[in-house]
Design a protein around this ligand. Structure first.
Ligand code: GLU
Length: 423
């Protein structure tokens, strides 16, 4: 059977192929783009990528580079250091507004140009050369995309020749000592970063890497930490779509970033990475058809961040007293993802177990994933059961409980195969 996803994406493009909006013209090379190009790609957790339309067309990444360069600066200097220099508040102003916070001198966020230019300056240590800094940016974005990205030199030259406003922004932010480098070098590097060529597949994979806690689902590389992804996605959710961020959040509900060449990247954590491309822009600078494609995908596939369905499966597959080896055991088989809501169900179910010396087997072989809270809850279950006198056997063939904190007093037994005959 052929998966229907690719056909579905073609239908979405057909339905969204209107011709309103104008191609960006303030960078001369961008004005030459074919306004009728239209493409979309979706990457899912296993690294499968579905694409439709002009998916082979490459375009300069422009502002979609900003969240990824922010991720690299966070990786190099940490969240607290970066927040001292660049805020995380939506500005409500156009992307190239000449403004800084009055008291602190910080740019309001890393998604507007003034913040993104300052962010570029903080990739790598201060004493590396401008060339080394750009190479760090290029290699970092390539790791997100899972292939080596290259600069479109014509776009870079065209943009740098007309970068008067960005130079003004760089000088302004330099005047407040937000960075110490030469503003010309920083704008050159920032402009190069914006000129990296991508296609919609690259955007979908980059998005899914952010949405998979920093793990590139295609290459398997851990590019940045989960904490950095949370920071970047949060800033995208509030500041990513220029000054249309509120409309975007209510209508589409996916953390996203757009760029003036017509790209849009959306990252729904744990579910999908989306890349869309069409050069005609609306008055905010967002791709008109790209926005429509994203609205449609969000609506059809139920992707709104704040309208997620309840957990698909119960964390406890079976639980109860069984006969084993001439005596009684309490046996619980856990499954699916263990996080706060499913962990709470596990705790409520295991509250049935009376204090005493009945052995308890906890089978975690079907637990697909566990976040920190789920892990703490499971550790607490084991600790309490043992404190109440039970022998606890963890059935854990994949070692998912290896660093479980069960307190100082006792260690549960860990076995690879269930001791019970029916398992
Ligand atoms: N390189 C572009 C600029 O700085 C990026 C703008 C954008 O995509 O929003 O003007």
């Amino acid at each position: 059977m052929e998966t229907p996803v690719a056909d579905y994406l073609e239908q979405v493009l057909d339905a969204c192929a209107t011709d309103d909006g104008e191609v960006a013209s303030y960078i001369p090379e961008l004005a030459a783009a074919d306004p009728n190009r239209l493409a979309v790609a979706v990457c899912v957790g296993g690294g499968r990528v579905y694409a439709a339309g002009d998916a082979g067309v490459r375009f300069s990444i422009q502002s979609i580079s900003k969240p990824f360069v922010y991720a690299l600066a966070l990786r190099d200097h940490g969240i607290a250091f970066m927040e001292e220099r660049i805020g995380v508040e939506p500005s409500g102003d156009p992307f190239n507004e000449i403004s800084l916070e009055e008291d602190s001198g910080r740019p309001r966020n890393p998604m507007i140009n003034i913040g993104a230019i300052a962010t570029h300056a903080w990739v790598g240590e201060e004493d590396i050369s401008a060339g080394e800094r750009f190479e760090r940016v290029r290699a970092g974005l390539s790791a997100f995309a899972g292939r080596e990205l290259v600069v479109d030199e014509a776009v870079h030259t065209s943009e740098l020749d007309t970068a008067h406003r960005n130079l003004a922004l760089a000088h302004l932010v330099r005047s407040r000592d937000i960075f110490t480098l030469d503003p010309h070098d920083v704008v050159d590097g920032y402009t190069r970063q914006c000129s990296l060529l991508v296609d919609v597949r690259d955007l979908a994979i980059m998005a899914m890497t952010l949405g998979s806690s920093g793990h590139n689902p295609v290459t398997g590389e851990q590019v940045v930490t989960e904490e950095i992804c949370r920071q970047v996605l949060s800033v995208m959710a509030t500041c990513g779509m220029y000054d249309a961020a509120g409309d975007w959040m209510t209508g589409v509900g996916i953390p996203a970033k757009s760029g003036v060449s017509g790209g849009i990247l959306g990252a729904l954590p744990g579910q999908a990475g989306i890349g869309a491309f069409s050069p005609r822009l609306d008055s905010f600078g967002n791709s008109t058809r790209g926005v429509r494609v994203c609205e449609r995908l969000s609506h059809d596939m139920g992707l709104h961040l704040l309208a997620q369905p309840p957990m698909a499966v119960d964390a406890v597959r079976t639980a109860g007293v069984i006969d084993h080896d001439g005596g009684e055991w309490y046996r619980a088989v856990l499954q699916g993802g263990l996080h706060f809501a499913s962990g709470e169900r596990m705790l409520a179910q295991l509250a049935d177990v009376e204090p005493g010396d009945m052995p308890v087997s906890l089978d975690v072989s079907r637990v697909a994933s566990m976040n920190d809270v789920g892990r703490r809850m499971l550790g607490e279950v084991v600790r309490r059961l043992m404190a109440e006198g039970h022998r606890v056997v963890l059935v854990d063939p994949r070692g998912v409980t290896a660093d479980l904190d069960t307190g100082d007093d006792a260690e549960p037994e860990v076995v690879e195969h269930s001791p019970h005959a029916d398992a």
